[in-house]
Design a protein around this ligand. Structure first.
Ligand code: ADP
Ligand code: ADP
Ligand code: MG
Length: 667
C-alpha cells in the first residue's frame, strides 16, 4: 500500500478521500490555489502545496504544477477526485510518466469513454443498448438535421465532450434544429474546447439509473448495484438514492450485467459509473434502458452506494491502484436497506438555480451517526468563491427502507444551518417532502414540474418574524450554542415593554411588534396578523424552543451586523436589517422620540415634561389587538414633551413622547 498520496482536488471530495487515507494509515498531501489557502481541504491534509492562483486553469487544472507538487512532496500516488482532471487521459499519463500511480483507470479506458460519440459506438459494438441517434463524425448541419428527422422528434443535441449537464439542447421541431445546433456547438466550444455534437432521441419520460462498477488489474469486474439520479435541475443531479425505487430484480440484473460488459469491453480498472437512461413511459422495462455515458472516476453520489453495500469505495480505489484484487466478489455483494443523498449547493433555486457566492458567516450541522453522513467542503468564515463548483456539502442518510431514509434525510436537512450565502436548503427540504418523490415516482422531469411549489416564496409566518425580531432587538443571544433560555436577555426588564423591529425579506418589509406577557410568552403582530408564542424552558440543543398555537418548534437563529437568518421547519429565512439607524435618523432626530408602532388606544401615560426617566422605564401603555404594549424610554434622559393623553386613539407611527436632545439636557 502507498504511504503517501496527493489529492488533486478540493472541497468535500478532497476531504472525503483524506478521511479514508488517514484511516488506512496513508499520509495525505493537499494542493491548493490562492483562493483556498485556508480552505478545509488545505487544513485537513498532512501536507499542503500551493499550486497557483484561484483560476482553475492555473491551479487545479494545471497538470504540470500538480505533478511537480506530487514529486516534491514525495507522494507515490495521485487521487484525482471528480471534476477537474479526473477524466483527463493526458493527466493520467503524466502521472504515470512521473513514476507515480494514478488512482483511477488506465489512460486508454478514460479516452475510450471520454467522448460520448465514440463511447456509444464502442458500447453498441459490445452489445450494450444505446440511445438511438447519430454518433458519427460529420458536423454538417444539413446532414445532422436529416439524421434528426430519421431519429424522430424530439431529439437531444449533446456535446460529445460534455459534462455537468452542459452543451445540451432539446429540439422539438425541425424548424428549430439549425439554431439549437449552432448554439450547442458554441457552448460546447466555450466549455470543453470541442464543438462536436451528437444527436440522439430525446426520451420524454426518462429515469436516470446508473450502475457503480469496479474493476481491478487482474481481470476482475463487479458492479455494486444501481443509483437512481433522476432528480435533476439543468441536467444535473440534486438528490440521488440507492437502490432505485421499484426496481425489479430482473432489470437490476440486466443493467448490472450490461454495465459489467461495458467495463470489460475497455479493460476497466478502478471505480467507474455506467449511466443509463430508462424510458419509463410504460414503466421500467428490460428492453427500454440505454447506455448514456460512462464516468471513469469516483462519482459525487458514491456515498449512497457505500451505505447500501458497506463498502468504502475510496478504500477499494486505493487497494486496486496498489495492485490488490477486488476485496469482494459479485456474490459477496448485497444491498442493505436504502440510502439517499442531497447535494447542498450555494445557489438560488428561485432564480433559475443561479450559483451564489458570499461569505459563509455561520455553519451548524446535525450530528452524524451510522445512518447519517455529511460530506463537507467548507467551514464557517470562508468565502464561497465564483471560481469553483457551487456544491458545498452532501447530506446522506441511510435506513432499513426508503421511507425511513427519506424521513432521516428530511430531518437532517431541517437541522442544517448555513448563513451568509444563499443555498438550496429550503428547496431540498421541500423536495424531500414532495408528494411524487415521497411515493418514489421519480423521473428527470419531476423538479421542473414541481418548480413553482418547490421555489415558492410565500408570506413569512409570524413565528419566524417573532423569532427574528427577538434576535434583532437583542433579546436573545442567538447561535451562541448555549441554553437559549439563559440567553433571554433582561427578560424581566422587557417583559413590561412593547418592542418593534423592522425586517426585510425578499424585498418585502415587515414591521414586527412584540409584546411580552405572562411567563416567557409574547405576542407578535405584523399588520393584521398575529401569533402567540410561548418560549419553552430547557434546552433544544443550540436552538430556540417555543410553541406557537400549541405546536412545539425549535428554530435556529443567527445574527450578524447585516442580517438575521432563521431556520425553521426546513426553511431558511434571511432578513436584511434595513438600515435601522438611517431610518431612525430620518423619522426621529437621533432616537429621541417614542413612536407608536401600531394603531391603538392610549391606556396610560407615565411621562411628564421636564421629568427625568431611565432606560427601559415604561412611558406610555397602548392597547391594541386585545394586548397591551408598553413603550419605554430608549435611554436615560429628560422628557421634553408629551404629545398624547390617556384615552386617545393613535396611529401607527404617531410620536407619543419626545426626550430632550442629549446636548439640550446638559444645558
Ligand atoms: P456526477 O455524475 O458525478 O454527478 P457531474 O457530471 O455532475 O457528475 O459532475 C461531477 C462534478 O464534476 C461536478 O462538480 C461538475 O461541476 C464537475 N464537472 C463535470 N464535468 C466537468 C468538466 N468537463 N469540467 C470541469 N468540471 C466538470
Ligand atoms: P453529462 O455528461 O452532462 O452528465 P449525460 O449524457 O450524462 O451528460 O446526460 C445528463 C442528463 O441529461 C441525464 O441524466 C438525463 O437527465 C438527461 N438526458 C441525457 N440524455 C437524454 C436523452 N436522450 N433523453 C432525455 N434526457 C436525456
Ligand atoms: Mg452524466
Amino acid at each position: 500500500m502507498f504511504s503517501r498520496i496527493l489529492i488533486a482536488n478540493r472541497g468535500e471530495i478532497a476531504c472525503r478521500v483524506m478521511r479514508t487515507a488517514r484511516r488506512m494509515g496513508i499520509e495525505t498531501v493537499a494542493v491548493y490555489s490562492d483562493a483556498d489557502a485556508n480552505a478545509l481541504h488545505t487544513k485537513s491534509a498532512d501536507n499542503a502545496v500551493r499550486i497557483g492562483p484561484a483560476a482553475a486553469a492555473e491551479s487545479y487544472l494545471a497538470i504540470d504544477r500538480i505533478i511537480d507538487a506530487a514529486k516534491s512532496s514525495g507522494a507515490e500516488a495521485v487521487h484525482p477526485g471528480y471534476g477537474f482532471l479526473s477524466e483527463n487521459a493526458a493527466f493520467a499519463e503524466a502521472v504515470a510518466a512521473a513514476g507515480l500511480t494514478f488512482i483511477g483507470p488506465a489512460p486508454d479506458a478514460i479516452r475510450a469513454m471520454g467522448r460520448k460519440d465514440a463511447a456509444k459506438r464502442l458500447m453498441a459494438d459490445a452489445g450494450v443498448p444505446v440511445v438511438p441517434g447519430y454518433h458519427g463524425d460529420s458536423q454538417d448541419a444539413a446532414l445532422l438535421a436529416a439524421e434528426a428527422d430519421a431519429i424522430g422528434y424530439p431529439v437531444l443535441i449533446k456535446a460529445r465532450a460534455g459534462g455537468g449537464g452542459k452543451g445540451m439542447r432539446r429540439v422539438d421541431a425541425p424548424a428549430d434544429f439549425a439554431a439549437a445546433l449552432a448554439s450547442a456547438q458554441r457552448e460546447a466550444q466555450a466549455s470543453f474546447g470541442d464543438r462536436h455534437c451528437l444527436v440522439e432521441k430525446c426520451i420524454e419520460l426518462p429515469r436516470h439509473i446508473e450502475i457503480q462498477v469496479f474493476g481491478d488489474n487482474h481481470g476482475g469486474v463487479v458492479h455494486l448495484f444501481e443509483r437512481d439520479c433522476s432528480l435533476q435541475r439543468r441536467h444535473q443531479k440534486v438528490i440521488e438514492e440507492a437502490p432505485a425505487p421499484d426496481m425489479p430484480a430482473d432489470i437490476r440484473a440486466a443493467m448490472g450485467a450490461a454495465a459489467v460488459r461495458a467495463a470489460r469491453a475497455i479493460g476497466y480498472s478502478n471505480a467507474g459509473t455506467v449511466e443509463f437512461i430508462a424510458d419509463v413511459a410504460d414503466g421500467l422495462r428490460a428492453d427500454r434502458f440505454y447506455f448514456m455515458e460512462m464516468n471513469t472516476r469516483l462519482q459525487v453520489e458514491h456515498p449512497v452506494t457505500e451505505f447500501i453495500t458497506g463498502v468504502d469505495l475510496v478504500e477499494w480505489q486505493l487497494r486496486v491502484a496498489a495492485g490488490e484484487p477486488l476485496p469482494k466478489s459479485q456474490e459477496e455483494l448485497e444491498i442493505d436497506g436504502w440510502a439517499m443523498e442531497a447535494r447542498v449547493y450555494a445557489e438560488d433555486p428561485a432564480k433559475g438555480f443561479l450559483p451564489a457566492t458570499g461569505h459563509l458567516t455561520h455553519l451548524a450541522l446535525p450530528n452524524t451517526d451510522d445512518d447519517l453522513r455529511i460530506e463537507l467542503g467548507v467551514q464557517a468564515g470562508e468565502d464561497v468563491s465564483p471560481f469553483y463548483d457551487p456544491m458545498i456539502a452532501k447530506i446522506v442518510a441511510h435506513g432499513p427502507d426508503r421511507e425511513t431514509a427519506r424521513i432521516r434525510l428530511g430531518e437532517a436537512l431541517a437541522d442544517c444551518e448555513l448563513a451568509g450565502v444563499t443555498t438550496n436548503l429550503t428547496f431540498l427540504s421541500r423536495l424531500v417532502n414532495y408528494e411524487e418523490f415521497k411515493r418514489g415516482q421519480v423521473d428527470t422531469g419531476l423538479i421542473d414540474r414541481g418548480l413553482a411549489e418547490l421555489t415558492r416564496a410565500g408570506a413569512v409566518p409570524p413565528d419566524v418574524l417573532g423569532v427574528a425580531a427577538l434576535a434583532v432587538l437583542g433579546l436573545i443571544e442567538p447561535g451562541s450554542g448555549d441554553d437559549p433560555w439563559d440567553g433571554l436577555r433582561g427578560w424581566r426588564m422587557w417583559a413590561a415593554a412593547q418592542h418593534h423591529a423592522l425586517l426585510e425579506h425578499n424585498g418585502e418589509r415587515y414591521d414586527v411588534a412584540l409584546a411580552a406577557y405572562g411567563h416567557a410568552g409574547f405576542k407578535v403582530r405584523i399588520g393584521a396578523t398575529w401569533a402567540d408564542i410561548q418560549l419553552a424552558e430547557g434546552r433544544a440543543g443550540p436552538r430556540l424552543a417555543f410553541s406557537v398555537d400549541g405546536q412545539s418548534k425549535s428554530a435556529g437563529v443567527v445574527k450578524d451586523d447585516r442580517a438575521v437568518t432563521v431556520f425553521l421547519d426546513g426553511e431558511t429565512y434571511s432578513f436584511v436589517l434595513p438600515d435601522r439607524l438611517a431610518d431612525a435618523d430620518e423619522a426621529n432626530a437621533g432616537g429621541d422620540w417614542i413612536i407608536s408602532p401600531l394603531p391603538g388606544l392610549v391606556r396610560q401615560v407615565a411621562a411628564e415634561a421636564g421629568v427625568a426617566v431611565t432606560v427601559g422605564q415604561q412611558l406610555v401603555l397602548i392597547e391594541a389587538m386585545k394586548m397591551e404594549h408598553g413603550l419605554t424610554a430608549p435611554r436615560d434622559g429628560t422628557v421634553a414633551e408629551v404629545l398624547v393623553a390617556k384615552g386617545e386613539q393613535v396611529e401607527d407611527g404617531t410620536v407619543l413622547v419626545k426626550l430632550q436632545r442629549e446636548n439640550e439636557s446638559a444645558a
